[in-house]
Design a protein around this ligand. Sequence first.
Ligand code: HEM
Length: 432
Amino acid sequence: MATRDRPRLDPATARQVIDPASYAEWDSLLDTFDRLREEAPVAWVESEAGIHRPFWLVTRYEDVMRVSKDNATYLNSPQTVVFSLTEGIEFAKSLTGGSPHLVASLVTFDAPIHMTYRRLTQEWFMPKNLRGLEGEIRTIAAAEVDRLLAAGPEADFVAAVSAPYPLHVVMQILGVSEQDEARMLMLTQQMFGGQDEELNQSGMKDMTTEQITMLVAGAVKDFEAYFARLTAEKRVHPTGDVASIIANARIDGKPLNDRDMMGYYIILAAAGHDTTSASTAGAMLALARDPNQWARVRADRSLLPGIVEEAIRWTSPVQHFMRTAATDTELGGQRIAEGDWLMINYVAANHDPAQFVTPRRFDAARSPNRHLAFGAGAHQCLGLHLARLEMRILFETLLDRLETVELAGQPKRAKSSFVGGLKTLPLRFAPA
Ligand code: HEM
């Protein structure tokens, strides 16, 4: 189909839906998604400045669900995230010998190899296995809350708790020792954290695309060197953590090659922390802005699972993923051509009033709450049980140890169109 036949979004809206800064202006973004769901639920987005490939933006819950579940028609390869740095992708291809991804991972694979790789760790991430980790996670949560209390009576909840906590958990499951954690955090941020200049410790905003890509490629190399050593160690002394599973995995009788093994470690490190951090901060925001709510949940812990689930929907930390059409097809009344690129927008889907009554309201009693924050279909989040477990344990600890919590200032959202959420949450609290 010729580009001119497609219902092209007006330039201002096209800029808004891809600009990382728009994701810090939440209400106005949600207003736009409300309008698009009504007027152009599958809309063609072209960049006037040519900074990204054109794509279809999908905003209705029903359509995002359909695309997510139809993994034969909608592929993850070749590119799963919208990058405004088109030249960066070309540069990455020159470094990797053709792949736009500096790392190959579950997210970039399609059938049949995707399932072969996913099955290696799927069992490990199931609730039955995770139960064995509860004690360790509780210890990490207790240490975070100790630090928060020591910093009190006021602190930024994001910096003090919600950012470091999931990172500690991920580092624990990957077998990274405590003294290496800071370096691993920096490398993870260099690889994936680049959009918000306040969060971007490496000052990428003044760099050229080529410099950024070199920095990211350097971070990947450092990561690889670290995990190569770890793999050798876990082959000799497997410890039951997920790193030991990956290090000792076999496909067709052979160990994973280095690139695939590193991709596995990196996807877990990257996917496991900013996401859970954002939903944790969102849950705290919902509780802290109404002081009675904290007291209510302290008195009735059965409210906690509903709070956790609603916080994940309400925050939708992974804001989009991209798919590529494998064949000509139809979606939401539009003809999609083979090779077309689509953005499934989880923020828009999780605020669709056709699925969620008063979607902008935080409703801990929402039932059913079949949100799409973890995606759906073959690529549905591998870590979803772990994320819920981490949040439940942290809030159990916080509810035990804090008598009251309230907002101590205006929270701020990160400028990020991929993984996003609160970057600050000033809190005042009193110990129990
Ligand atoms: C609240 C926290 C989290 C959210 C909102 C979240 C969200 C998502 C989403 C939307 C996807 C893509 C789903 C799709 O394409 O259908 C995904 C994939 C994935 N997530 Fe999570 N995630 C979270 C936490 C975690 C954690 C804690 C881990 C592990 C340590 C993890 C590991 C993964 C992996 C490995 C994939 C790729 C799965 C595949 O492609 O087969 N995530 N996640």
